[in-house]
Design a protein around this ligand. Structure first.
Ligand code: ADP
Length: 452
């Protein structure tokens, strides 16, 4: 069942139940009040008859009673044997169908069985001429009340229709209003799925800023985000395949060279195998780094990490592996929240780059700024990075000098990996550089506390 039909059906059924309950309550309340009032009037009439009977003892009872017979009813005097003493006094024989019953106490009843309309009956014990107790029964057919009840029934029906029709129209308008953006959303999603579009929803500027507006805006933002991620992914795949193409074609051309001339010229053998081996290493490194990049974009659990230890150990490792001077000057016992492997990796990438792209000494420093930020600086005294390249070096596969980078085994993925790690740690990675005098890479991340 469609949502629109559900909204209409639910609102109409709910209202219908309310109307039926209210109307039934009104109908029966009116009936009760009217019959009570009729019984009160009849009881007062009966009291008048009894007073007149007691006052006018010289007038024959039958004559006196005849004068008090209600227009739409009858009067009876009933003996102990439940038989009428004076017969039934009435202006219309149709009103004499009521059973006669002897009663010893006053009784007010509404008889619903005998006539097309209900009958109000008052039975009261009185003392008759012969000193016997008899029952005076006075009844009245509620013809007017029946007509009133009919009229009330029709009025309530018409009033109900007057409420129900606008409600049905209102529910229709409301459901259309509510469902319009949902339909648009579904339509846009279908088109996006079928035709590979990035279709967004038309959001009117004049539209009130309600939940539906928010839903549409969120959908559009989501489409923007998806589109951006998709584009990035596409660029990454094409860059990655492009990067892998070079080593593969080198491996292939050496293999062909060996096939053609390897037997005649055995000296080609060593050169080719070395080249193939080095290109295979390069491919392996590329693939590993691509996997690393994808991994670093996933969320990992953070723990308390001694960042000072990570930096000093990294400096020691590089000092041991290279003959270059690496100076370290840093705060002791700096604790941060993070992933120790990723933090180690970022320090390694920055020192490794400084070693690769400079020939002089390197400075590594660690400080705490304003008790809120930890700042790691890796400074080299190499060629420096031109301003126009300073932003681009953080893009995947970007290398300023491809040939040189190839020699140093660079893939163009080190800094993007470092950037992804810094972002995952709510930090920042930036560079300042001067051509000819060197570069400083600065990694900032939130400070946790000093180790005790
Ligand atoms: P690669 O594997 O090529 O080193 P990176 O992403 O680490 O990849 O670096 C991207 C490029 O940025 C490098 O190819 C290099 O041209 C430049 N670069 C990085 N670090 C330095 C540095 N300390 N000094 C000069 N250039 C640098």
């Amino acid at each position: 069942m469609k949502l629109q039909t559900k909204i209409q059906l639910f609102s109409c059924i709910f209202l219908l139940i309310l109307i039926v309950l209210t109307n039934t309550a009104i109908y029966f309340l009116y009936y009760k009040l009217s019959t009570d009032s009729e019984l009160d009037q009849l009881a007062a009439h009966t009291d008048t008859i009894i007073t007149e009977l007691n006052k006018n003892t010289e007038v024959p009872e039958k004559e006196l009673l005849k004068a008090y017979v209600p227009n739409d009813g009858m009067i009876r005097v009933i003996g102990k044997d439940s038989e009428p003493i004076l017969g039934t006094l009435t202006k219309n024989e149709a009103y004499s169908k009521l059973n006669s019953a002897f009663e010893t106490s006053e009784k007010r009843t509404i008889n619903k069985k005998i006539a097309p309309e209900h009958v109000a009956v008052i039975s009261k014990p009185i003392i008759w001429d012969d000193g016997e107790i008899v029952t005076l029964q006075v009844s009245k057919h509620l013809i007017v009340l029946k007509e009133h009840m009919h009229t009330l029934f029709f009025v309530l029906m018409i009033a109900s229709l007057f409420i129900l029709i606008p409600t049905i129209i209102g529910a229709n308008v409301l459901s259309r209003f509510l469902l319009h953006p949902i339909k648009e959303l579904t339509q846009a999603m279908r088109e996006n799925m079928k035709q590979g579009h990035w279709k967004k929803i038309d959001v009117q500027a004049s539209q009130s800023k309600d939940e539906l507006y928010e839903m549409e805006m969120t959908f559009n933002d989501m489409i923007d985000e998806l589109q951006e991620t998709f584009m990035k992914q596409e660029v990454f795949v094409s860059d990655a395949s492009h990067e892998l193409k070079t080593p593969i074609s080198i491996v292939k051309s050496y293999a062909q060279l060996l096939e053609r001339r390897g037997l005649e010229k055995p000296e080609l053998f060593t050169e080719s195998v070395q080249a193939i081996d080095s290109e295979a290493d390069r491919m392996q490194k590329l693939v590993e780094q691509m996997l690393q990049l994808a991994k670093n974009q996933q969320k990992t659990d953070f723990v308390e990490v001694d960042f000072t230890s990570i930096c000093t150990e990294a400096v020691k490792t590089f000092q041991g592996a290279y003959t270059r001077e690496i100076r370290y000057d840093g705060e002791e016992d700096v604790l941060v929240l993070g992933n120790p492997d990723q933090l180690k990796q970022i320090v390694y990438i920055l020192i490794d780059n400084a070693l690769k792209y400079s020939a002089e000494s390197i400075d590594v420093s660690l400080e705490i700024s304003n008790q809120s930020t930890v700042i790691l600086r890796v400074t080299d005294h190499g060629e420096g990075i031109p301003v126009e390249d300073q932003k681009r070096i953080f893009d995947r596969f970007y290398r300023m000098d491809k040939a040189r980078s190839r020699e140093t085994g660079g893939t163009g993925l080190g800094l993007p990996i470092a950037k992804a790690i810094s972002q995952a740690h709510h930090g920042d990675l930036s560079v300042t550089s001067q051509i000819g005098s060197g570069s400083t890479f600065t990694f900032q991340l939130p400070f946790m506390k000093e180790a005790t």
